[in-house]
Each structure stands twice: as C-alpha cells, then as structure tokens.
Design a protein around this ligand. Sequence first.
Ligand code: ADP
Ligand code: MG
Length: 322
Amino acid sequence: MAGEFDLIDRYFCRQKLQRSDVVLAQGDDCAIVSVDADKQIVISTDTVVAGTHFLSDAPAAWVAHKALASNLSDLAAMGAEPAWVSMAITLPSFDSQWLEEFCDSFFALADDHNLKLIGGDTTKGPLSISLTIQGLVPKGKALTRSGARTGDIICVSGSLGDRHAGLEVLLDKSKQGLPFAKQLEQRHFISTSRVALAQKLVGLASSCIDISDGLVSDIQHIMKRSNCGANIDVSKLPVSPELEAFAQHPDSEYSDAWQYALCSGEEYELCFTVAPDLLESVQALSNEIKAIGVMNESDDLVLHQAGSTLDAKLFGFDHFRE
Ligand code: ADP
Ligand code: MG
C-alpha cells in the first residue's frame, strides 16, 4: 500500500493516552510493556470481517466500536483491567474519511478504558480488523468459566433481549412501526462492556462469561467447564419495559420478552455464578445484578416458569455444543 508508513503514523499513532507500563509502542519491530510481579496478563484475539460480522457499507465508527467492544467484553469476562491492544487491519483502499471516523471512534472507546494501542499491522485487501487485547488481573484471581459449583447462584448484569429485537427491526423494515422499534434498533448498535463491574467481581464470583451468543448458549460454556447443570427461572430474567411492549405486539418474533432474553446475542452483559453466602455482597455492588437461577449437579439446562418446565432446545440448548 502506497504511503503505508504515513498512514500508520497519521492514524494509528495518534492516541494521546499514555500508560507508564508501556516502554515502547509503535515504531519498532515489537512493542515492550512491563508488568508488576503480582499481576498476570490475560490475552484475547477477535476478528471482524466485512460481509461476515458487519455489512461492507457499515459506518466506520460503528465498525471500530463493535470490534473493540467485543474484545473489551472478553477482558471483562475474566475480571481484567484493560491495558494494551494491537490491531491487524486490512483495508481495501486508502479512504481518509473512513479512517478518520474509524480512529476517532476506536480511540474514544480505548481512552475510556485506559487502553493503549501499542502496535499492529496494516495491509491491503478485503476489510477486516483483528484485535489482540491484553489486560491485567491480580495473580491467580482471573474469573474463568470453570469455577462454578453446585448450589452457586446464577446472576446476570443489565437487561437482556434488546439486541435481538433491534436486529429483528434492522432486518425487517416492516417492523419499524412496532412499539419502541427505533429505540431497540439503536440499542443494537451500542454495546457497553461491563469492564468496571467485572473487576469488582474478582474474589466474589466463582465463574463468569460475557453474553455474546445468547444466555442459553453461553451458560452452557460455564456448565461444561464447571461440570455442572443449571436451573434458570425465566420469570427472573431482567428485561427492559421497551422490550416487553415490543414483544406483546402480535407481529414480533417472540410473544414474551423473556424469550428474547434467552437467545439474544452480542449483549456483552455478564453471566456469572456466586456462592450463596456471597450473593448479598455481589448485589451490593450494583442494582443492575439479578439472580436468575442456580447451578446443580446434573449436566442439563432446565428452564422453568411458574412451576412448569420449558424446552431449552427451543432457545438454542444443545447437549453437544462446546
Ligand atoms: P514490520 O514490518 O516490522 O512488521 P510494520 O511496517 O508492519 O513493521 O509496522 C511498523 C510499526 O507500526 C510497527 O511498530 C507496528 O506495530 C506499527 N503498526 C502497523 N500497523 C499498525 C496498526 N494498524 N495499528 C497500530 N500500530 C501499527
Ligand atoms: Mg508488520
């Protein structure tokens, strides 16, 4: 790509944020960071590809936000404090306006989390962005998927389901007249990762995951890694009043808000477990934490409501999924 180094200098080296643990950032063959002896580094990589994860003509600001928010959410799921990120970006052409918007949005979200872009790679080809994000946790204290025990309470943060309803409106314009369709559609584009809340759960939660594929799908990862089953009371699922009104409309895909809450992906809320005696301490952290069920010694996911059991398979439950 002509002017590759100019492009890197102009766009990818302009973050003002400084971190004292960054010894060397862009400009050399590698970046160098230093780490305190009582910390561990947690690392995750995520790629988004035009046409697969977003439409090729999606706004640059949103593409940047989506790429970074999903990485931040992975760090949050481990209870980590964001520190550094590298970006491998493939661009179809040099489009200065696109790059301006992309970088403004990327650095705004990165700055919010004290996250420093320390390096990357820039190539020409079909648009894709691959981020490797790194965060810090106190040694041995990272939240994982494997720590849940029988009797632990299952909790979620925020409210669930809005993203799926938003996508429904986005994909089917005939649903724009449904209650709160516009608001739900907008929520599909905004995701805030639970980075701060997750760090407070370190030492309290026994396991944790971020909801990226949908609650029913993601709780199975905790079940599998922790060798437990789960029992969820769907009437306890936190849902927004807007989603309740939307679901009540006869033209919406599901008739109840909790059905959206079970399958909605890209929520970037947390699903975690906590020993019963620590539930009160966890709920004191935020009024946005709701207890929705309990882990048990089976290997099944049971969804129940008012005493009757629902078929989890209808919402994406599959014994053989990893
Ligand atoms: P090399 O050829 O040694 O891999 P590059 O020419 O790819 O080096 O990159 C030059 C410098 O710019 C490196 O320090 C690299 O980390 C940085 N860099 C390249 N692309 C990006 C990007 N998209 N974001 C951040 N830093 C980048
Ligand atoms: Mg390179």
